[in-house]
Design a protein around this ligand. Structure first.
Ligand code: SAM
Length: 279
């Protein structure tokens, strides 16, 4: 019998620990262990890795990650009510699950982890997006993690993988695709969660590239992309007027028509513009 078989079903865990879902913590739980195992498999080969899981809740995905062979899981959960439930999992997998109670936006998890590190999470939408941006914009590249496997609202997942010419294309697409390979690997209907959220969800897998896809200074790129998409309906010569007085010449030098809008400009062209502006 494997360790996972000794643990009670998640519905029983939720009942015995009285883990009624709290909206304020964005709690929509995954209770189907086949599904959590499927999500864990999307995270890649875990056997040689420490996995940082943010927001384990009652531990459905945590069980999936451990059953898929993660060397160690460090699970960071804000809700103190979930800790006893997670401790039962820890007892079933001795030495392989470390539970940290706290807010992922405040705790530095690196002290608990050894490389190589992968990250997996099913988080509330706002926390997930904020952490994703932090993970994508470290002071140095490559980052401390090899890959991110993250649940998002379907609409946010589409923004991460969006291509030029679509409404979803913007800062999140550029940030993600500049230094990672980003793919939607799974789509989930609201009914996959308890309680069901209002919208569909999707799992995005992002693999860190060793080098950025095109050379550019991270800060210059970030600034120009933010300015361009802040006024996405304007032509770039107007949207970027505040960046430099000779913006039209700089755009042309980077191979971009000053009359184009941000939505039409490829990642490669944005990087060329960032290099031109850094000259
Ligand atoms: N991973 C579990 C699952 O799939 O069933 C729970 C998912 S639920 C959508 C989000 C989890 O993130 C909850 O357990 C919630 O308490 C936790 N959470 C919310 N905000 C957090 C934060 N700032 N830091 C750490 N955990 C947080």
């Amino acid at each position: 019998m494997s360790a996972i078989d000794t643990l009670p079903p998640l519905r029983a865990v939720i009942a015995s620990h009285q883990l009624s879902a709290r909206k304020s913590l964005g709690q929509n739980f995954l209770l189907d262990l086949n599904l959590t195992a499927k999500i864990a498999r999307q995270a890649g080969d875990l056997t040689e890795c420490d996995v940082l899981e943010i927001g384990p809740g009652p531990g459905g995905l945590t069980r999936g990650l451990l059953a898929e062979g993660a060397r160690r899981v460090v699970a960071l959960e804000k809700d103190t009510r979930c800790i006893p439930a997670l401790e039962e999992i820890s007892a079933a997998y001795p030495g392989r699950l470390e539970i940290v109670q706290g807010d992922a936006l405040e705790i530095d998890p690196l002290t608990y982890l050894n490389a190589p590190i992968r990250i997996a999470a099913n988080l509330p939408y706002n926390v997930g997006t904020e952490l994703l941006v932090r993970w994508l914009t470290p002071p140095d590249w490559p980052p401390f993690w090899q890959s991110l496997t993250l649940m998002f609202q379907r609409e946010v997942a589409e923004r991460i993988v969006a291509q030029p010419g679509s409404k979803a294309y913007g800062r999140l697409a550029i940030l993600s695709q500049w230094r990672t390979d980003a793919r939607i690997v799974l789509s989930l209907p609201p009914e996959a969660f308890t309680p069901p959220p209002k919208v569909s969800s999707a799992v995005v897998h992002l693999t860190a590239l060793a080098e950025p896809r095109y050379p550019a200074d991270a800060q210059v790129l970030s600034r120009v992309v933010a300015a361009a998409f802040n006024q996405r309906r304007k032509m770039l010569r107007a949207a970027l007027k505040g960046v430099t007085p000779d913006i039209e010449d700089r755009l042309r030098a980077a191979g971009i028509q000053p009359t184009e809008r941000a939505e039409q400009v490829s990642l490669e062209a944005f990087c060329a513009l960032a290099r031109e502006l850094a000259r």
